[in-house]
Every structure is written in structure tokens, then in C-alpha cells.
Design a protein around this ligand. Sequence first.
Ligand code: ARG
Length: 256
Amino acid sequence: MMYFAGVIFLVAIVFPQNNAFEIENRIVGGNTASIENSNYQVSIRENGQHTCGGAILDANTILTAAHCTEGVKAAILSVSNGATIANNGIIHKVSKIIQHPNYNGKTTENDICLLKITPPIIFTNKSRPIKCATKRLEPGTNVKMTGWGKMSENDKETDLGKKSLRYVIVQVINQTVCSDQYKNLGLEIGSKRMCASALGKDSCQGDSGGPLVTGTGADRRVVGVCSVGYGCANKKYAGVYTFVPAFFDDFIKKYL
Ligand code: ARG
């Protein structure tokens, strides 16, 4: 009994955060988020099952990734909003899928898509639109990623939407550094993508389509759409995001 108490005491000193063990085990390295703090976040669903993230641009327009909706019919898609646990949200039908006309499934270039939904979202403290960023951020800038995706590369969870939304703060990576990371894999980074990473922290499968956000309060802006990555939180490979400012004038704006 004494020995047991001693171990507990030691553990408490080494890991001062109350949920340190949980965080330690998770490659994504995030923490639970409440929908009120990320109320632009939605869950994209295929036959009622969470598949991807998305962001509210206006009452009937959702921003997501093209690879999330490629080959999928609007009839089986829906959008859930306003809940920390995605499966408990308000469900909207998808009336139109607007894939980027130049989305390339092989290279994953132009991985961006808009969804028109019905009925329109009624804004509350749990559902609000987010504006799009207009310029590139300096390397090192903190950005926030949220999602219901896997908590580790080997996460076997099948119903991701029954869990709480999570967030992680990562840093913008220099474009050349990121493009060098992915050169050997044949993934071109270029000016229409951005990369972000932090040690042990990343987005992962199931987070795709979800928003990478800069700023807080009235200044918050979606700057990236979660797109691809080699594994999750791999030290040698950053998370790759579609760079929203590169698509605003020619694509997004047309459909708002
Ligand atoms: N493509 C993944 C998805 O469909 C997201 C990958 C993000 N990976 C990363 N290492 N950041 O959910």
C-alpha cells in the first residue's frame, strides 16, 4: 500500500497536468475542445458517419477538402454542426458539392471543395461563420487545428464522431523546408499549399477538410484546409494544408 501511494506521488510530480497520460499516448498531441471555442467547425458525414471536418463560411456554405467528397453523391452526404460530439449535432442535407474544377486526385493539388447545405445554419454560440485569411503567415506563427480525427496514426477507432472535438496548436513551416521534406515522396508543395507542425502534434486521418485557423475572437480566419501528410506527427514530415488565400478570389468568393 505504501509502495503504491509512493508511485502515485512520483507520477504526479513527473506529470503535473491531470491528463498527461492521455496526451502522452496520442500522436496528434491535442486536447479536448468545446464547440463554443471552435464554433465554425462542422463534421462531414457519409451515410451518417463522420468522415471529414469542414468550416462554416456562411449559413449555407461549408468549406472542406475535395478528397473528402471525390466520387461521392450529395444524397449520402450530410453536415453536422453545433456539437462538441459530432454525432450529437444538428444535421443538414448537402444540396450541392462544388469540387474545385482542377482538383487532381493523384497529386492532391487544389484539394478544396464547397458544400451547399439545407436548411441554412441558424447561428448560435455553437455555430458561427469564419472569414477566410487573405495572406500567407510567417513561419513560426501559431495556428489552431481542430477535428474529430484519429488520435494516433494507429488509432483503430471506427466511429470518430462519438468522441469529443479536439484541438492542437501547431506552427507554420517555411515553404522551402516543407517542400524539401516532401520532395522524396513526389509531393509538390508550391504556392497553393502551406505546412504546419509541432513536435508530437499534428492533424490525422478524419481531420481532413477541417480548418486551420489563425487569430482569435473577431480576428480569427481560416488559412488552411487539412489535406495530406506522411503519417501523423512524423518528425520529418509536416502536415500539409490547402492554402485558402490562394483560392479565395477565383473559387470561394464566387459561391458565397
Ligand atoms: N488525408 C487525411 C484525411 O483524410 C488527413 C491527413 C492529415 N495528415 C497529417 N499528417 N497532417 O483525414
